[in-house]
Design a protein around this ligand. Structure first.
Ligand SMILES: Nc1ncnc2c1ncn2[C@@H]1O[C@H](COP(=O)(O)OP(=O)(O)O)[C@@H](O)[C@H]1O
Ligand SMILES: [Mg+2]
Length: 415
């Protein structure tokens, strides 16, 4: 009996999934993959230019002189993550290049994507690769050599060259060298009309520039505002239409995703991520996307954030967290004080052969965990017995368990 049951179960389950698929085109739900793999081809299909009207208008007026053979100054673009800076700029430059080519204005642009931090050497190396000036090096070649190669590759080009330096604040070492090269040296050594476009998620980026670069740098600035709920609804509607089958969402879902996202951050990337997670949950459940599923997806994403945060935290911080969780469990979920947590912590250190921190450093760790909202600690007075620090955890039980298991797994400790 048993085998046929299992068999028909599986067949039934798979059939159910097939009958209830709501995702028509997964690619449109996975931003990271989408953007990298297919770049401009799909930009056109998902980009809602209307919601970046004001910004596009400023970009147009900044770059219009190119078509009159004038030379615009450099450009700085600021705005929080997920406000469409990369998307808008790529879209815009692509269009500008088309216009230039129609009007026989020589123009080329390169997108130097620094979305992960890197030292000046790698950034210059990446730029050289974009310009076909060099291959990818690990080391063994100097910064000067890289610069010379970049210059050499441009000796014969005298049109417009737009360098779109995305997330420029991610240059971690020799930042000034990088900037000095681009701002002061490069324009003097190549015949091209150089226009630098610096994009950053941080408004304070120019404050940290070397004053000698800063005084040289003539900039026009464009600021990208966070998206509001209406903007996000428009952006999400395109995704729904591209990625999902008809009638796969209940009324109010788009509005809800947009409302949650605009309230928390105004980040379109996260809004799309919330929609995707909701769609996956719905598909698993074999239902339409409902308002409840959006809530569930939202709390899952929130949980994932905590879990990633703790997984990538320094070992000591993780062990302190595990010790706090275990001590609170032993106390039947009532708040604990620092010495109780410290005792458990010492045992953990023993198991993991980490060297135990002093009481004082331990308290610093507790404060740090408090800052990340992983726990809550407060100093309470015990009258003439002095003061003590009380520690509690406010996270949902399920999340706390996951964090705890995760840390134990990380250190290969058995619970
Ligand atoms: N105007 C828009 N239309 C459609 N999708 C958008 C728009 N702006 C942002 N997005 C979505 O948000 C994501 C992040 O946009 P991006 O340009 O990378 O932001 P930033 O560079 O400011 O961090 C994009 O991949 C896209 O899914
Ligand atoms: Mg970006």
């Amino acid at each position: 009996m048993e085998p046929t049951n299992v068999r028909s179960n599986i067949v039934g389950q798979i059939q159910h999934m097939l009958d209830h698929t709501i995702i028509k085109n997964r690619r449109f739900l996975d931003d990271e993959q989408l953007i990298k793999a297919e770049q401009l081809a799909v930009l056109d299909e998902i980009f809602n230019a209307n919601v970046r009207n004001a910004e596009i208008h400023e970009l147009s007026s900044h770059f219009a002189p190119v078509l009159r053979n004038d030379h615009p100054v450099h450009l700085a673009i600021w705005g929080k993550t997920g406000t469409g800076k990369t998307l808008t700029m790529s879209y815009f430059l692509n269009l500008l290049a088309e216009m230039c080519s129609k009007k026989k204005v020589p123009m080329r642009y390169e997108h130097l994507d620094l979305s992960t931090p890197r030292p000046c050497f790698r950034a210059l190396n990446d730029l050289a690769c974009l310009l076909n000036a060099s291959k990818r090096y690990k080391k063994g070649i100097s910064l000067e050599e890289l610069m010379l190669r970049i210059e050499a590759s441009l000796t014969d080009y005298n049109g417009y060259l737009v360098l779109f330096i995305d997330e420029v604040d991610n240059i971690k070492r020799d930042k000034d060298t990088f900037m000095t090269f681009l701002v002061r040296r490069l324009p003097q050594r190549i015949p091209a009309k150089l226009i630098l476009v610096f994009v950053s998620n941080r408004l304070d980026w120019p404050d940290n520039l070397d004053p000698r670069v800063k005084s040289f740098l003539k900039l026009n600035e464009v600021i990208f505002k966070p998206y509001d709920a209406v903007d996000l609804q428009r952006i999400l509607s395109i995704r729904v239409e591209k990625a999902l089958r008809k009638n796969s969402i209940e009324t109010g879902v788009i509005e809800k995703v947009a409302a949650l996202s605009s309230r928390d951050h105004g980040d379109a990337r996260q809004a799309v991520a919330l929609l995707s997670r909701s769609a996956y949950l719905a598909e698993k459940a074999g239902t339409k996307i409902s308002l409840e599923l959006v809530d569930e997806a939202s709390s899952q994403i929130e949980h994932d954030k905590y879990i990633t945060m703790i997984r990538t935290a320094p070992p000591q911080l993780q062990i302190v967290m595990a010790a706090v969780i275990q001590t609170i469990r032993k106390k039947q979920d009532s708040p604990i004080d620092t010495s109780q947590a410290y005792a458990t912590y010492a045992v953990f250190c023993n198991k993991t052969s980490l060297r135990p921190l002093t009481r004082r450093a331990f308290t610093d760790m507790i404060n740090e965990l408090d800052m990340y909202s992983l726990l809550r600690s407060s100093v309470i007075s015990k009258g003439r017995y002095g003061r003590t620090r009380e520690i509690a955890i406010d996270l949902p039980q399920e999340l706390t368990d996951k964090i705890y298991e995760g840390i134990l797994l990380n250190f290969e400790i058995r619970s």
